[in-house]
Each structure stands twice: as structure tokens, then as C-alpha cells.
Design a protein around this ligand. Structure first.
Ligand code: NAD
Ligand code: MG
Length: 383
């Protein structure tokens, strides 16, 4: 049995991971689960999967959970406990599916403990890519992407990187691909979260609507595949059938296709290098035609432009845009600022923040904290 630690068990990726586990009960044992505040959902997960550990980051929620749990599951609380279960001796695989910078320390703990890390939390790489990749290398950890684009590229590169010319991330364009910029001023959170192809958590759904998600993914790809910004391309593909492509010097292009369902990506990460069933139906190409492709509009989707800029600046710039984005998206979801203000706040935060090259985790964390403060102050001018 493979012992699985699932960080972010109550989220969208968490739920899809458990549905893959349900198909393979003889192969995967749910060893530990984590969630932030939703103890009710965690209670039912603990009753079903009987994990050895359940972590609630929120202390009050942990208390509520432990009062009601009738089994042998040990309940832990606080952010440090995430690191405990991620690096536990009995943990074989860690699904890192916490949203935002809050997922960084536990992903890093899994890397330092030499685990198989199935990384959905792309923010870990955006914030601390150099430190994270070094920890993976130093500790012989196995890093498998859990992002449809990066999984596609990872799959296309199984034959090696000889003659690799560039990679190309596909982007659906989210709900506003064909909406003119002038109409984006009055977008509501529910409209922004109504993704045409993928069902996801609210933060990443807004990121998809602004295309900051693709921007974060460009940075994620830079670290995962060790490529400079010039070798990372983005193409709009509204059907989300081609998940990404790699281009070789000999004129060959390899793409990975499938229905837009994260269970394919998750099951591949859990079973790599083998493949197991995921519950996702086979692709029917005739039902999805025609497949369309367009160049991205960097003027309308200025978050994508800002992410490329941050990658080219390097160092703290990437953590800065990530922090400003998290603060701005939360304010937008709270209906405090407008949709188009998100990019303005990120751009201004990047402009004001000190640029430097973090050499340790505490500098990364300090930069994240400062950028959040700057973004929060800027937001006051927009509310
Ligand atoms: P979600 O909002 O549905 O779930 C987030 C999970 O993180 C929940 O279990 C929540 O309890 C936990 N969490 C939230 N804040 C926390 C905190 N401060 N401390 C500890 N735990 C906390 O998000 P999601 O859509 O499942 O996305 C999770 C991650 O996967 C994100 O980094 C996202 O970018 C990435 N991702 C998601 C998808 C997708 O299809 N949903 C695809 C690719 C990558
Ligand atoms: Mg993606």
C-alpha cells in the first residue's frame, strides 16, 4: 500500500484525489488529511478514510473536529502540523493541494524529507522556486506536476529533452476570452468564477479569468523544466483539449490531449511511471471539433504580461506579484475592488517593492509579508 498525505483535502484537487483513491483502494491508503477551517467536511472524510492524522490549520476547527471524532485518528492543529504530516516517515506520497502561499512550507517540508511531491500548489514554485528545486535535488525527492499544462509537458518529455526548442502552455482564456476590455469593468465574482471548461476553487478561477493563472504557470514551467522565459510560449485554446505542447528542433511537436478533468493529471502523478484508471472518459475528438488557437492578448490580460516581466526580473519580483495577486483577488471576491483593479494593484506593488535576490526562506517570507502590506495599502485607494 502507498501511504498518501493529502494537503488541502477539502478543496477541488483534494476531492478529485480522493475520487481516484476510491477507484484503487488496494493500492492507496489515506495516511493523513489536512484542511483549513471546514471541520464538518473533514469529519466525514475521517469517518470514511480513517486516516492516522487529520490536521486542521485553524485551532478552533481542530477542537470541533476532535470533540466529534469517534475513531483513532490523531487530530493536530496549526500550520507547523502540515509540515509534520508532509515529512512523516510513513508518508510515501504528498499531494500538495493547499491554495496560495499558505502551501509553501509544507511542500518544502515534503521536498526536504525526500518524498514524492505531487505539486498542485504552483505558488510554492512562484515564491521560492530556487530554494524548492534545490531541496528536491539535495534530498532526492520526486517532483511530479499536478497542473494540466505541466503534466502535459512532463508526459511529452518522457522521451528526453534532446533537441527541445520551446514549450507552449495552452490557455483556455477563461470566461472572458472574447469579452472586450471595456466590458470587463463591471464583472462580478460569480461571473469571474464561472469557468467554461474547468471546475476549480474560487482563487484559481479568478486567476484564470485574469490570466494570472497562466502567468504563474509560466513561472512554474520555468522552474520545473529549467527553461528561460524566451523558451516558454502561451497560446489560447478555448476547448482545453490540448493541454500543452513541446516543440523540437527537427520540426516535431508533441502535445498531450484529454478531456479537461484533473483526475487524469492526479492519477498520473500517483501512479507514475505507470498509468491507472482515473474515472475520466476517453476523449472523443469528433465531439470537440474544431480545435481553435489564438495568440494571447497581453493588453487585455495584463496579468500575463506582468508575470513574464516578473520572471525576467527574477528574484523577489515573482513572490511580489504572487502576494499582491492573493491580496487583490481576495478583495475582489469580497466585492471591495473591481475586476480590472486586480492587475493595477499587482503592477503598482511590483513597481514600489524593493527588488532583491532572496537567499533563504526567511527572506522569501519577509518579501511576501511586505508585498502583502503594500498591496493592502494600495487597495484602500480603490475601495
Ligand atoms: P480550493 O480553494 O478548492 O481548496 C484549497 C484547499 O486548501 C482547501 O482544502 C483548504 O482547506 C486549504 N486551505 C486554504 N487556505 C489554507 C490555509 N491558509 N492553510 C492551510 N490550508 C488552507 O483550491 P483548489 O482549486 O483545489 O486549488 C488548490 C491548488 O491547486 C492551488 O494552488 C491551485 O492553483 C492548484 N491547481 C488547482 C487546479 C484545479 O483544477 N482546481 C488545477 C491546477 C492547479
Ligand atoms: Mg493549469
Amino acid at each position: 500500500m502507498i501511504n498518501l498525505t493529502l494537503l488541502g483535502a477539502t478543496g477541488s484537487i483534494g476531492q478529485s484525489t480522493l475520487s481516484v483513491v476510491d477507484l484503487h483502494p488496494q493500492t492507496f491508503n489515506v495516511f493523513a488529511l489536512s484542511a483549513n477551517t471546514n471541520w464538518q467536511r473533514m469529519l466525514s472524510l475521517c469517518e470514511k478514510y480513517q486516516p492516522s492524522f487529520a490536521v486542521m490549520t485553524d485551532e478552533v476547527a481542530a477542537e470541533q473536529l476532535s470533540q466529534r471524532l469517534q475513531n483513532d485518528t490523531t487530530v493536530l492543529s496549526g500550520a507547523k502540523a502540515l509540515e509534520t504530516i508532509a515529512s512523516h516517515t510513513y508518508t510515501d506520497q504528498v499531494m500538495a493541494a493547499i491554495v496560495g502561499a499558505a502551501g509553501m512550507a509544507s511542500s518544502l517540508a515534503a521536498a526536504k524529507a525526500g518524498k514524492r511531491i505531487m505539486l498542485a500548489n504552483k505558488e510554492s514554485l512562484v515564491l521560492a522556486g530556487d530554494i524548492f528545486m534545490q531541496a528536491v535535488k539535495d534530498n532526492n525527492a520526486e517532483l511530479i506536476p499536478v497542473d494540466s499544462e505541466h503534466s502535459a509537458i512532463f508526459q511529452c518529455l518522457q522521451g528526453g529533452v534532446s533537441g527541445l526548442n520551446k514549450i507552449q502552455l495552452t490557455a483556455s482564456g477563461g470566461p472572458f476570452l472574447h469579452t472586450p476590455l471595456s466590458k470587463l469593468t463591471s464583472i462580478t465574482p460569480d461571473q469571474a468564477c464561472a469557468h467554461p471548461n474547468w471546475s476549480m476553487g474560487r482563487k484559481i478561477s479568478v486567476d484564470s479569468a485574469t490570466m494570472m493563472n497562466k502567468g504563474l504557470e509560466v513561472i512554474e514551467a520555468h522552474y520545473l523544466f529549467n527553461l528561460p522565459a524566451e523558451k516558454i510560449d502561451v497560446v489560447m485554446h478555448p476547448q482545453s483539449i490540448i493541454h500543452s505542447s513541446v516543440y523540437f528542433d527537427d520540426g516535431s511537436t508533441l502535445s498531450q490531449m484529454g478531456n479537461p478533468d484533473m483526475r487524469t493529471v492526479i492519477s498520473y502523478a500517483m501512479s507514475y511511471p505507470d498509468r491507472i484508471s482515473s474515472g475520466v472518459p476517453a476523449l472523443n475528438l469528433t465531439k470537440n471539433s474544431p480545435l481553435e488557437f489564438y495568440p494571447p492578448d497581453f493588453n487585455k490580460f495584463s496579468c500575463l504580461r506582468l508575470a513574464f516581466e516578473a520572471l525576467k526580473q527574477g528574484g523577489s519580483a515573482m513572490g511580489t506579484i504572487n502576494a499582491a495577486n492573493e491580496v487583490a483577488v481576495a478583495s475582489f471576491l469580497d466585492e471591495k475592488i473591481k475586476f480590472l483593479d486586480i492587475a493595477k494593484i499587482i503592477e503598482k506593488t511590483l513597481e514600489i517593492s524593493n527588488h532583491f535576490y532572496p537567499t533563504c526562506l526567511s527572506e522569501v517570507i519577509e518579501n511576501d509579508r511586505t508585498a502583502r502590506l503594500i498591496a493592502s495599502k494600495l487597495i484602500q485607494f480603490y475601495v
